[in-house]
Design a protein around this ligand. Sequence first.
Ligand code: AMP
Length: 212
Amino acid sequence: MKLTLLGAPGAGKGTQAEILSKKLGIPTISTGAILRSAIQEGTPVGKQAAAYIQSGRLVPDEVIIGIVQERLAKPDCARGYILDGMPRTIPQAQALIDHGIDLDAAVSIEIGDQEIVRRMSGRRTCPHCGASYHVANNPPREEGKCDQCGTALVIREDDAPETVMARLAVFHEQTEPLKGFYQRLGKLRSVENETGIAAMSAKIFRALGIEE
Ligand code: AMP
């Protein structure tokens, strides 16, 4: 199965992508995580992307398309994958089609801006493995430490309130039109936000016709 998750920053795409990934036995491909590790490693792509990410803007389409093309060519993607945070623009979605990539469904997580701003203030991220937590909704077993690798959790630089507002504006302007794009292709599965991670996953499974 080839899926993409659409939704505002903080909608829970990363968390739900991980759950789907375990359930379906296919990898999650998060362009945000790939870019963050490229920045940490100081690669040319990382250097190109850093200023965009810090200011909450989108990284240019050609950079993203290159990253995704390279990643999807790896053998673990042969049975399918879940794209988390890509496509984020119509040209990116069109590029997938132009490269012969035919997604089965685009799951759109519907959530209001107010809830996003509230959630983002509690988000904590592992700088090592990229796992995401929330101080109230999804706390790690030991406060401030990643469950998976034990690294001290941080607040992502682009989760600062003013950057969140910029990212939300970018989402409405450039990413939301993708809903119409996938609707016209008959691939849109809209799912209203649900309190609780498991309840949200159950809704997504249902929308995709996956047995729980
Ligand atoms: P995320 O982890 O998905 O919230 O992404 C963090 C940041 O990485 C975004 O705010 C963008 O600056 C950049 N980014 C991630 N994915 C994309 C994409 N598909 N297109 C453009 N920029 C992206």
